[in-house]
Design a protein around this ligand. Structure first.
Ligand code: NDP
Length: 336
């Protein structure tokens, strides 16, 4: 029997650099579009008062061959407390006998892989010279998105807006120091996105914060925050004005309020989704075709992404002897 390796949050951070994760996500999205993955829709079990949920995200990836599930709680009100709003673990299983290989912190993988996927989207869809970034939100995803955007475009200006202006100001101070660059905290969304070439919406808002009329021609948007059918960060004109790309069509058609609410209003149809990112990577579908086009990547987050990142973390931890190995079980009990 192989022991099960436990890999904690700090260890994941050491083992999964953003630049590496962007490459892993590109390959995972490509594999998904080739059909080399099994990816059912996730399930969500809500607390009766809807203050939090437990999400289950199972999947199989063909290259590398890996089977697993992410169990993650989402408690949006944790922002500003010592707890992250996304907590949980990814369980990795071997595909020969189904052994439990690893239990890996899911908070850090979620934080890194989500921004890495937006990094892939931005490198595929934003204009080559796009360097003026607006971040809407100042939490975990804002931090990792800044890191990812810096890797895929030369940033010339960064503005951050947050519902609580103090949070935007603190984010700007902290991240300016971390990256030795200047980040401006601004007091309205309109001010943040005025002329912006890349916009990342990374809030837990349920109602639109970004209006279509404020978005500059030629901008690229990573719409990341709203991941359930009843929530959205963009208003209807913003989505109607945009060429929409997704991580996965099936997920977008079931889970993306940013898309489903305008659809229910009759403002657009399913054909408004132009392509999955993997289809663009494979060259099966076109990405941006005009400099003044507004492109939008609607991110929902996929088990396939978690598994690709978790498998890499597990392999690196094994090679570098990082993590804590414990025998959990799975051994047949001889009864005869
Ligand atoms: P955090 O809890 O760290 O930060 C939450 C942010 O949302 C804060 O900046 C907060 O602003 C802002 N916010 C909360 N409520 C509102 C509101 N009603 N209107 C405007 N802003 C609001 O969360 P994360 O950074 O981890 O996650 C951000 C969002 O991204 C969440 O909705 C999360 O579910 C989603 N997400 C999506 C993933 C994907 O794969 N697509 C993966 C992981 C997360 P302030 O502090 O100023 O109040």
């Amino acid at each position: 029997m192989t022991d099960t390796l436990i890999i904690n949050q700090g260890e994941v951070r050491r083992l999964l650099p953003m630049d590496k994760c962007i490459g892993l996500m590109r390959r995972a999205l490509e594999a998904l579009a080739r059909g080399d993955a099994v990816q059912p829709l996730r399930s969500a079990t809500w607390l009766p008062d809807r203050s939090g949920l437990l999400g289950l995200m199972p999947g199989f990836l063909g290259q590398p061959r890996v089977l697993g599930v992410k169990a993650v709680t989402v408690f949006p009100d944790n922002h500003g407390t010592m707890y992250e709003s996304h907590q949980g673990a990814i369980l990795l299983f071997d595909v020969e006998h189904g052994q439990l290989l690893a239990i890996i912190d899911g908070t850090e993988i979620t934080a890194i892989r989500t921004a890495a996927v937006s990094g892939v989207a931005t490198s595929l869809l934003a204009r080559k010279g796009a360097g003026d970034l607006a971040l809407l939100g100042s939490g975990v995803q804002a931090r990792t998105h800044l890191e990812a955007m810096r890797l895929v475009r030369d940033l010339t200006r960064v503005r951050v807006w947050s519902r609580n202006p103090d949070h935007a100001r603190r984010f700007a101070e902290r991240e300016s120091q971390r990256h030795s660059t200047s980040i401006e905290a601004v007091s309205s969304v309109e001010e943040a996105v005025d002329g912006a070439e890349i916009i990342c919406t990374v809030t837990a808002a349920h109602k639109p914060v970004l209006k279509g009329q404020w978005i500059a021609r030629g901008a690229h948007i990573n719409a990341v925050g709203a991941c359930i059918p009843s929530a959205r960060e963009l208003d209807t004109p913003a989505v109607v004005r945009s060429s929409v790309f997704v991580d996965r069509r099936e997920s977008a058609l079931h889970e993306a309020g940013d898309f489903l609410i305008p659809k229910a209003q009759g403002a657009l149809g399913d054909d408004h989704i132009l392509a999955e990112l993997g289809e663009v990577i494979l060259g099966q579908m076109q990405g941006r075709t005009k400099a003044d086009e507004i492109t939008m990547f609607k991110s929902l987050g996929l088990a396939t992404e978690d598994l690709a990142a978790a498998h890499f973390v597990y392999s690196s931890a094994t090679d570098r002897q990082i993590g804590t190995a414990i025998p959990i079980g799975g051994q047949r009990h001889e009864t005869s």
